[in-house]
Design a protein around this ligand. Structure first.
Ligand SMILES: [Zn+2]
Length: 341
């Protein structure tokens, strides 16, 4: 009489194969099964680069637009992300991010028939030209609500590479707190997360800020988006742009900015200043008849009493002011009225 199996490893190969099949394309499930023992790792000897690419994609992870990898690297990337997910303690990276990505990719695949059965690359779309009004939802990643930008150096000579500006905001960070030393590059799960579900090959961002059309033929990632936005941080913010940005906050939200209009206008000279005065909460996809855009969304953040306490924020520089006193007066009235035009 044979004894009953005492552990997973006592199971016959046929049953282990069934378990592997049940794991499907779940990244952490596959990583666990691979690392369990030599018997289970042997099940992956025939796993191709396309299979690993499909697993990455099913877990909402992609390559940056300028990133070219050898086929043999997909497996390495998959395990690097799995190991990071187990080790990372940031509440919006790690395992929590992977689980959300996996769920959103599953929902996107169910809602978009053209995403099914297209192999490892899948089908990505331009929401501005290819999407019919009755097609499935485009869901921007919630990751962006937890990304901020450190202030770039004011002079080109001292400026850091733009990719080194984005970082995952620590929970509860306010405008006075110093930014963490590590950048988004230290979080491969967050860095590789698709910007939207389903993944898109193009995103257009509407006014008030001028953001170039963001492109990645294999699906825009958080890394792509942060690179594009970082390259815009020096963009000058004119009074009308600031007025539009405040209006987009919404009446109640604009009233939540604790500084007076003069202080806001004196401090927000460039796009990077706006990102420090308010909190970036991510993207919203808007379908307005034929025009479909993503909007950058912001909300008020806790500001210290003095603008000088915000690290890296412009100090008022009257010599650089190009706006007139009437612009400032108009903005003051707008803020008082809750920015309704
Ligand atoms: Zn992380």
């Amino acid at each position: 009489m044979s004894s009953s199996p005492k552990s997973l490893l006592d199971l016959p190969n046929e049953l282990l194969w069934m378990i592997k099949d049940a794991v499907g394309e779940h990244l952490l499930g596959n990583a666990c099964f691979y690392l369990l023992c030599t018997r289970t790792s042997a099940f992956y000897h025939t796993t191709s680069a396309a299979d690993w690419q499909r697993v990455l994609r099913a877990n909402g992870l992609g390559l940056a637009t300028y990133e070219y990898v050898d086929e043999s690297e997909y497996e390495h990337i998959a395990f690097a992300c799995a190991h990071h997910a187990w080790a990372c303690t940031h509440p919006h990276c790690g395992r929590a991010r992977l689980e959300e990505n996996y769920r959103l990719m599953g929902e996107a695949t169910a809602a978009w028939p053209t995403l099914r059965g297209d192999g490892a690359a899948g089908t990505v779309r331009s929401p501005h030209f290819d999407v019919a009004p009755d097609e499935g939802a485009l869901v921007p990643s919630t990751l962006f609500a937890h990304i901020a930008f450190r202030a770039p150096a004011r002079t080109r000579a001292a400026r850091a590479h733009t990719q080194q500006l984005a970082y995952l905001r620590p929970a509860g960070q306010d405008a006075r707190q110093r930014v963490p030393g590590e950048t988004l590059d230290a979080h491969p799960v967050a860095l590789r997360t698709f910007a939207s579900f389903p993944p898109l090959e193009a995103m257009n961002v509407d006014a008030p800020f001028e953001v170039p059309r963001m492109l990645n033929r294999t699906g825009l990632t958080a890394r792509d988006v942060c690179r594009y936005l970082s390259s815009c941080l020096d963009q000058k913010v004119y009074p009308d742009t600031l007025k539009d940005a405040l209006r987009e906050l919404g009446d109640d939200a604009a009233k939540g900015i604790s500084w007076d209009a003069n202080t806001v206008q004196e401090c927000v000279k460039q796009m990077r200043d706006w990102f420090q005065v308010v909190r970036w909460t991510g993207f919203e996809y808007q379908r307005r008849e034929r025009n479909r855009w993503f909007m950058l969304k912001f909300e008020p953040r806790a500001l210290p009493a003095s603008a000088k306490d915000v690290e890296g924020l412009c100090s008022p520089d009257p010599a650089a002011d190009e706006e007139t006193e009437s612009d400032a007066a108009h903005l003051r009235v707008s803020l008082r009225q809750g920015v309704s035009f």
